[in-house]
Write a new protein. Sequence first.
Length: 182
Amino acid sequence: MLSIDQIIDEVLQAEGGYVNDPADAGGETNYGITVAVARAYGYTGAMRDLPVSVARAIYSNRYITTPGFDRVLQINEAVGIELIDTGVNMGPSQASEFLQRWLNALNDTGSRYQTLFVDGRLGPITYAALDAYLKWRGRDGQTVLVRGLNSSQGDKYLRLTESRPANKKFLFGWMLNRVRIA
């Protein structure tokens, strides 16, 4: 199993360094951290100078621990890593919503586990549903769930591009580097 530090290493590698692309709605970023997120975490310096240690702390707190993705990693590493990746790009709430929607849709007749209220917040009921789903469906269940999560992520990128043509610049890279087939 990958450690949280190793997962953050992969995120940092995918996100790269300092970028200030006028076409990016997120604005100025460093290590994939937007200026708004950096400021929310108390960083006041120039984004170009954001220390990697601050980026790591933000990733750990905002994109792993606070949304409960560390708990998902304990249940299933592949699903947890996918939620972290999606959360980094679309926000943890969106990633959590995707998980809740897919668990509801994959719940056979609705009798395998409790139907989830889709609120984008993970808690004991979502964790129990994920655990029950994976025990029921096994390795193929993991594959299907990760493919479903990636399908939702890809659809969201397409809709973002259709609603904001400037995103066409980013769509190919999003699909190449973020949407993976399990």
